[in-house]
Design a protein around this ligand. Sequence first.
Ligand code: CUA
Length: 144
Amino acid sequence: ILGAGGLALFIVLLCVNAFAMGMAPPSNMEMIDPTKVSETPPFDNPGLKKISDTEYDAYMTAFAFGFNPNKMEVPAGAKVNFHVTSPDVVHGFQIPGTNVNFMVMPGHINSASYTFEKPGEYLILCNEYCGAGHQVMATTIIVK
Ligand code: CUA
């Protein structure tokens, strides 16, 4: 009875949060049709777009099981604005050693910026379990 009651309470609270309190991904988050990610600019041509010598936009897709583009290179001191979406399931986007760490939801465009002061090879990995290939889902950004 306690177990079933706890479960019922959990489901009721979940429904109150979702429907009565409207808890969902932020409504100011840009959205696209997840089934058309590969046809929707700028995600039809993912990669770095140079804004200035010290700032770049990085349009990326996180998919089962990898990131597109697979490798990027920016000069040291560059600020990179990551814009990431997913065509399939929920993924994570984390750059260990930095404060970049967010969820990537299908059709939602999530963003974060980071200034890479130190040269090196930075790992980008998925930290949300997304299926059988989750553990191989990673890429790098090279800072020179
Ligand atoms: Cu994508 Cu784990």
